[in-house]
Design a protein around this ligand. Structure first.
Ligand code: IPE
Ligand code: IPE
Ligand code: MG
Length: 238
């Protein structure tokens, strides 16, 4: 394993935290035990990301498609969200983490929506790391809501360019992800940041999310450092 960190770490890392269910199944545990182990791991990875100097971390926690899972699992995931806010908010605040949400809070109980809004409000001046939590998030849904709001605002069609679209996405204010990581061996996008990841570097690992630790994050950062990002041009012209 490489020691230390590469000279340049990505500003924005996005993670599709996948494989909690299989992690649990392999241990003869219920799927929700896998999700709980996933949350524990998120604490480790978040701490490491801040230590490594990553400025923005976006995590895929619940997709617009995940509503199709059995009711018990959906309810369990919502409970975990609430527990995490109750339990971790102080520590996030103490560690300078600015919490943001991408997606739609609809579908959560009004009190829980309020709890999320308060957590965002409380941490909004923190500057060490921005944590974007993708909850009830879908890339297509995000684009649809952006179009709806652009039309509501009466935008001149000719004024719409990439910068305008960026402002209407849930991720407004965050740069595009430089590196997207997906755990658990799946190699697909699953409706995550489909606009924003147009030129991201991707890194896949067979490790299930609960076992993906700081060392593997470091490994991904080293792999990223060796990539040449061309953005469609040729090296000499950049
Ligand atoms: C990812 O783990 C967490 C969520 C989607 C909430 P999964 O629950 O998808 O785990 P697998 O893919 O079934 O192993
Ligand atoms: C993507 O994982 C969503 C999250 C990690 C929250 P899924 O496990 O839901 O994706 P698919 O169904 O395998 O594509
Ligand atoms: Mg999965």
């Amino acid at each position: 394993m490489d020691e230390g960190l590469p000279e340049a770490v990505p500003t924005h890392v996005a993670i599709i935290m996948d494989g909690n269910g299989r992690w649990a199944r392999e241990r003869g545990l219920p799927r929700l035990a896998g999700h709980r182990a996933g949350v524990e791991n998120l604490r480790r990875v978040l701490r490491a990301a801040a230590d490594f100097g990553i400025g923005y971390l976006t995590i895929y926690a619940f997709s617009t498609e995940n509503w199709e899972r059995p009711t018990g699992e959906v309810r369990g995931l919502i409970n975990i969200l609430e527990e995490v806010i109750d339990r971790e908010l102080k520590e996030l605040q103490a560690n300078g983490v600015q919490l943001r949400h991408i997606g739609r809070l609809e579908g959560l109980r009004p009190q829980l929506q309020e709890k999320v809004r308060q957590a965002i409000e409380l941490t909004k001046h923190n500057t060490r790391l921005v944590l974007n939590v993708a909850w009830n998030y879908g890339g297509r849904d995000e684009i649809i809501q952006a179009i709806q709001r652009m039309l509501e605002d009466g935008l001149n069609p000719l004024s719409i360019d990439e910068a305008v679209v960026n402002r209407y996405l849930f991720t407004a204010g965050s740069p595009d992800p430089d590196l997207v990581i997906r755990t658990s061996g799946e190699m697909r996008v699953s409706n995550f940041l489909i606009w924003q990841s147009a030129y991201s570097e991707w890194w896949f690992t067979p490790t299930y999310w609960p076992d993906f630790g700081p060392e593997e994050l470091r490994q991904a950062l080293w792999a990223y450092a060796q990539r040449e990002r061309r953005f469609g041009t040729v090296p000499a012209l950049r």
